[in-house]
Design a binder for this molecule. Sequence first.
Ligand code: PLP
Length: 352
Amino acid sequence: MYKGLIDRYREYLPVTDKTPVISIHEGNTPLIRAPRLAAWISPKIDLYLKYEGLNPTGSFKDRGMCMAISKAMEEGVKTVMCASTGNTSASAAAYSARAGLECHVLIPGGKIALGKLAQALVHGAKVLAVEGNFDEALKLVRDITSRYPIALVNSLNPYRIQGQKTASFEIIDDLGNSPDFHALPVGNAGNITAYWMGFKEYHKKGKCSALPKMLGFQAAGSAPIVEGHPVKHPETIATAIRIGNPASWQSALAARDESGGIIDKVTDEQILEAYRMVTRLEGVFAEPASVAPIAGLKLLGESGYFTKPSVVTVTLTGHGLKDPQTAVNQSSAQPKVVSANIESVLQALNMQ
Ligand SMILES: *Cc1c(COP(=O)(O)O)cnc(C)c1O
């Protein structure tokens, strides 16, 4: 029986027999071939979606959180704390509930998707909405956790990155080799750091013959790494990557440069187009931040970036149901009301 990623990849993770493993069977997510979406992007690519929305709380954050919470338990901490654009708080709340820990969450006021807020609340976290943005919330959490015996479970926590790197292992285990390119959204830049670490570790172990080029995408209104300076007032519909001063900035640059990849930006309009294409062409539902790399790949495809047949993998970081408001806003029509008889239904479907 699958028992979670710490069990599966124990030899690659900083755990011992004394680590109390807190798992909700995260990881082991499907790598879904996406031929219709690939054709929309470029005739050169064979595209696979790493559907991280199928983790227990609906995002890749569970990979890091199972490690961070297990280590917090090992260290005897009673309370954890994070700043969050939403998914970190959902995950921290769920894993804390399972471990019997207190969880404190700071969210940027009014800027988190409804599903994520619901999750933090149902799992019993203490949720505070800060009158400020993510970067300000994270600064507060860093201050408080440095002064009190509270574990910080943002991706500054090195165990988060360790857990998240296992997604690279799964991709290579599934493909039998590394992809030529790996694309993902970049917010606080922990995940691009983790993937690159994972790909390099597996390569060193001889599990793949080469390394992928890393393709990171930020939202145009919150693209500090692309612009080369922090963004004071980050804005984007993709709230999970609405971050103006990424904590893992330097390691994101290292992932880009060591792999020979790129970090670029996409507009909200391009993100929404990608959102429609993924859902309509493949039947896979991911939240807006998750499809930023799809929008980015489309731009690369149009510019002739892919010159030879290439295997491309993309992390779809979070489930589309996290953000029902964007989903409904993006649907052109509300359900039409019809009478409960066959004539009305057929007429409304233009079948009469
Ligand atoms: C956290 C998150 C991101 C950004 O990941 P970073 O590690 O902060 O770069 C992207 N998409 C979703 C859905 C997320 O929850």
